[in-house]
Ligand binder design. Structure first.
Ligand SMILES: [Zn+2]
Length: 276
């Protein structure tokens, strides 16, 4: 599972990462970038090790680094990126979530670091949560262009809604790895659409229930166009031919629900039995 957070500077990408780190507990490794402030003004950037929070390294500074490399007014210590950040990314165990905050201009100077990030993205079963520059920079394209990446634009409207949803999704990452590659693509396409259309309840149902049901193959074809989906609260019949497809309260808009696509229908979409 690969999640990329993007958005304008100061919109809340790092705050979102901080909330996710809280929700995920010990199951993460990697780096987060922090501002170094002197007398209330930004003087540079440091990287902090996610596993060993006491450990940090200065990456870029207005005055305190001598280097041939710079980004804007900041001199960049490329060797710190290629040692400290690389070691932090190497400290993870299989199954843990890699945190890469951020994939930016400064970090792109670290060739070894970028190779590490690249191999994480190429590993189908690795879970990666990263922030990335909003601009369409050439170094960023290789990470965001994949069908197996969910890039999320963080906005004022969604920044408080995303952390609980993404925490649940990352805690459910073992289910995601049980999906085949086609199912993963469909799952991520649904997630992107739900997010772009601000269908937060549907997105919650997708990451909380539909992911678990589809990974657990909790559905059965019982007629030419009829299925049963075994949810946590009962077994529901889903028909391709009628609308709404499912007989549950959410699909029909009963019991205080605003009618929408339920986890049962989304399950069948993820496994490819219903069209997206
Ligand atoms: Zn339903």
């Amino acid at each position: 599972m690969k999640i990329l957070l993007t958005g304008s500077p100061g919109i809340g990408k790092s705050t979102t990462i901080a909330k996710l780190l809280e929700g995920l507990g010990e199951e993460c490794f990697g780096v987060v970038t922090e501002e170094v402030r002197v007398s209330g003004r930004r003087a540079g950037f440091a990287a902090r090790d996610v596993k060993n929070r006491e450990s940090s390294a200065l990456l870029a500074h207005l005055t305190d680094i001598r280097s041939d490399y710079s980004v804007g007014d900041y001199s960049v210590d490329v060797s710190a990126i290629d040692t400290f950040c690389v070691n932090a990314l190497a400290s993870g165990k299989r199954g843990e979530v890699a945190i890469v905050d951020e994939i930016g201009r400064m970090q792109s100077l670290g060739m070894i670091f970028f190779d590490c990030v690249r191999s994480l993205f190429q590993d189908d079963d690795a879970a990666v949560l990263a922030t990335i520059v909003k601009e369409r920079e050439p170094f960023a394209e290789e990470f965001r262009s994949s069908e197996y990446v969910w890039e999320i634009l963080v906005t004022i409207q969604n920044r408080d809604l995303l952390p609980p949803i993404l925490t649940t999704l990352l805690l459910n990452r073992a289910y995601y790895t049980q999906l085949n590659l086609e199912e993963r693509k469909r799952f991520l396409k649904l997630a992107r659409e739900r997010c772009e259309q601000e269908q937060w309840m549907q997105l919650r149902k997708l990451v909380t229930n539909a992911l678990v049901y589809s990974a657990g193959r909790r559905y059965k074809k019982i007629g030419s166009n009829i299925f049963e989906v075994r949810g946590d609260h009962g077994t529901y019949t889903v028909s391709k031919d009628r609308y709404p497809h499912c007989i549950c309260s959410l699909a029909r808009g009963d019991a205080g629900y605003e009618a929408g696509e339920c986890s049962h229908v989304q399950t069948l979409k993820v496994v490819g039995e219903l069209d997206l």
